[in-house]
Write a protein that binds this ligand. Structure first.
Ligand code: CA
Length: 493
């Protein structure tokens, strides 16, 4: 299997070298019949690419075709992996929505700014959201000439000071809270500012810019249509599109035209879940087709990932993370290891099955470096530009020696908190409350065999490394948590 992938990579690297050579020649022809081997860490960036992040919400690791799903085919999402790279070990920085997005959008461990928990959704609280001291991807791309759009779920604060327009985005269509009903006839007239609970926010009208507007139709389709429109309108300029589908996050809602595609799925929740993913997959296909039709396919870097693993408990949606252990909320693999792929024709060799650990934090670092953006020295990024690593023959260099997680919880009645974890290669350390675990993911992908007492030296080393990292992070910003919604509010995630 590895040999096959390397062969595919070898062919692709050759193609890349020829493409690079061709681009350097004035007439577009390949300058030499003997392509110069591409040096992995010095692949030239020919021009700034457009960047698209397609984020799904609560999609299970196993629920994409490129990770083996049979009952829910995702042919369009699979194109991203098949024509680019599949990250088998692609991790998010947190196992629930809000902090995961705070990490993704800043490229920094959200624990650096105390974002260790979903914040309150109180629209009147000017402290409950992504701290204004942090820069988003949109903030750093804006000065480099990018037009920035966000479509879908924001979840980085409902108070107007946290609005996407205040965080580097030029355009916004979607909702600022953590989730939403999908059918327009289930919304009502409540203004975001007047909402008194997370549940009410699911019923607010969608926002275009800062205005709540009338819409009709199925939300996932609206977001896909808006993405196609955004790409088409901005095809002649540099753009960054953050397409944050709330699908397949609860509430479970999909029209028959999608659920009817799955007559063999008997579980009613999973059938709707499958329909919700089918809608996303159709949208991804339309976006990829638009890139090609507009002639910007080769100049657009597309990432696809889920913000956390599939939920098996609260907000259960019928997802499957197997063979991984656990789900949303967990620091086991099922909570943080997600469907993850990227595609950039000519710059990411096609058909890579990447073996090393990568992080959602890498997206910001990749985008910033490709755009030539300046990064504030006081706010170092925790990710790396992945493009050189993906062009390295045999992938000898790892992007990350270690990744870390920290999840605190206000609830005092659950002794499985705080939760911390880390990976170092295939070694994994997890601590739930006082319960410590050590796993070797090689041969134990499902984290079944606790090796803590068998490999005391490794356990001690990883535990110390985790503590050392945690000590450098900020204490949890308690004032922004749960000043409005109780920890047990339905849909709070
Ligand atoms: Ca989520």
């Amino acid at each position: 299997m590895i040999e096959l992938n390397l062969m595919r990579l070898g062919v692709s690297v050759l193609s890349t070298a020829m493409l690079l050579g061709g681009c350097l020649a004035p007439d577009g022809a390949v300058a030499s019949s003997d392509p110069v081997p591409v040096s992995p860490i010095t692949v030239p960036t020919l021009s700034k690419p457009n960047i698209i992040i397609i984020l799904t919400d609560d999609q299970g690791y196993a629920d994409v075709g490129f990770n083996g799903s049979k009952d829910i085919p995702t042919p369009h999402i699979d194109r991203i992996a098949n024509e680019g790279v599949r990250f088998d070990r692609g991790y998010v920085s947190f196992p629930v929505c809000g902090p995961s997005r705070a990490g993704l959008l800043t490229g920094r461990y959200q624990s650096r700014f105390g974002y260790d928990l979903n914040s309150s959704e109180d629209p009147t609280n000017p402290r409950a959201g992504l701290p204004l001291s942090e820069n988003t991807i949109a903030d750093v791309l804006k000065p480099e000439g990018y037009t920035n759009g966000i479509l879908g779920k924001w979840h980085m604060g409902n108070h107007p000071i946290f609005h996407p327009h205040e965080r580097g985005f030029d355009e916004f269509f979607g909702f600022t809270n953590g989730g939403h009903n999908y059918f327009a006839d289930r919304y009502n007239d409540i203004a975001v500012a007047d909402a008194k609970s997370s549940g009410q926010l699911y019923n607010t009208k969608l926002m275009l810019g800062t205005e709540q507007i009338e819409t009709s139709g199925y939300l996932t389709d609206l977001l896909s249509d808006a993405a196609v429109d955004f790409v088409t309108r901005n095809k002649d300029e540099l753009f960054f599109l953050y397409l944050a589908y709330n699908a397949p996050h609860a509430p479970m809602q999909a029209p028959p035209r999608y659920t009817d595609r799955f007559p063999d799925i008997e579980d009613p929740t999973r059938k709707i879940y499958a329909g919700m993913i089918a809608a996303v997959d159709d949208g991804v296909g339309e976006i990829l087709d638009t890139l090609k039709a507009q002639g910007i396919d080769d100049n657009t870097l597309v990432f696809f990932l889920s913000d956390n693993g599939g939920p098996l408990k609260r907000a259960k949606n019928g997802s499957i993370n197997k063979p991984l252990r656990g789900g949303k909320g967990d620091l086991f693999e099922g909570g943080v290891r997600v469907p993850f792929a990227a595609r950039w024709p000519g710059q990411i060799p096609a058909g890579i099955d990447y073996p090393h650990v990568v992080s959602a934090l890498d997206i910001m670092a990749t985008a910033a470096e490709l755009a030539g953006a300046d990064i504030d020295n006081d706010k170092p990024l925790d990710g790396v530009n992945l493009i050189p690593y993906l062009n390295e023959p045999a992938f000898k260099t790892v992007p990350h020696q270690r990744l870390f997680w920290r999840y605190r919880e206000n609830s005092q009645d659950d002794n499985s908190y705080p939760r911390v974890g880390m990976v170092e290669g295939t070694s994994k350390y997890v601590k739930y409350g006082r319960n410590e675990m050590l796993f070797n993911l090689e041969g134990d992908k499902g984290e079944n065999d606790n090796l803590k007492d068998d490999d005391k030296k490794r356990h001690k080393r990883l535990k110390a490394a985790q503590q050392e990292w945690s000590d450098k992070m900020m204490d949890q910003q308690v004032p922004i948590w749960n000043t409005w919604s109780s920890p047990n509010t339905p849909n709070k995630r």
